[in-house]
Design a protein around this ligand. Structure first.
Ligand SMILES: CC(C)(COP(=O)(O)OP(=O)(O)OC[C@H]1O[C@@H](n2cnc3c(N)ncnc32)[C@H](O)[C@@H]1OP(=O)(O)O)[C@@H](O)C(=O)NCCC(=O)NCCS
Length: 163
């Protein structure tokens, strides 16, 4: 069961905690949805703009997930002005289905506003076939924008939560 869910910035993690993030596991099919963890970590470590935030998801003292937020020029071109975008969200396989992803997403707006106070909304794209992803976002308050585009592996949909 989900205990106290916390979000902690990548740069504030200890070296051991950063290794825990790098060791987060999802299935091969889920990697198609969220990308490999090394790419998510690389985005955080190579950022020179300050417009990328890695965010570790803790359940109690255990790192159970990770996501990356981007804004401005670091975000894809379809992201609205003033919005941030979620990418690479994952909950480790051992901890999926316990409500942790939804709980973390519910906490994310407040956490993000403490980082980037002028953020107007949080957007994302999600593969249409990713039922768990779409359900988690919807439960945490994201609204489907009603459009879809051909993505790398199928249709992708866009979702947004105003802050
Ligand atoms: C998407 C993800 C972050 C959700 O985190 P989670 O902690 O497992 O999700 P939760 O336990 O909060 O469950 C959220 C909802 O999804 C549903 N769900 C979970 N797996 C599902 C599946 N395979 N099919 C349909 N619904 C599913 C749950 O039942 C729950 O809905 P409910 O409460 O109405 O029953 C996690 O599954 C994950 O890491 N997936 C792989 C990577 C990924 O797809 N990332 C998103 C990229 S956009």
């Amino acid at each position: 069961m989900a205990r106290v869910i916390r979000i902690v910035r990548w740069d504030e993690l200890s070296p051991a905690q950063k290794i825990d993030v790098e060791n987060l596991k999802i299935s091969d099919q889920q990697i198609e949805f969220a990308g490999p963890i090394h790419r998510a970590v690389e985005a955080c470590t190579s950022d020179l703009t300050g417009d990328i935030r890695g965010a570790a998801i803790f359940n109690g003292d255990t790192i159970v997930g990770f996501l990356v937020l981007k804004r401005r020029n670091a975000a894809p071109s379809w992201v609205s002005t003033g919005a941030a975008v979620i990418s690479a969200l994952r909950i480790d396989l051992r901890f999926q289905g316990l409500g942790i992803g939804t709980a973390a997403l519910r906490r994310l707006p407040e956490w993000l506003l403490a980082q980037w106070a002028d953020t107007k909304s949080i957007m994302l794209s999600v593969d249409e076939a990713n039922e768990a992803g779409r359900r988690s976002y919807a439960k945490a308050g994201w609204v489907d924008l009603g459009t879809r585009d051909k993505g790398r592996i199928g249709w992708v949909r866009y979702m947004k939560r105003d802050l």
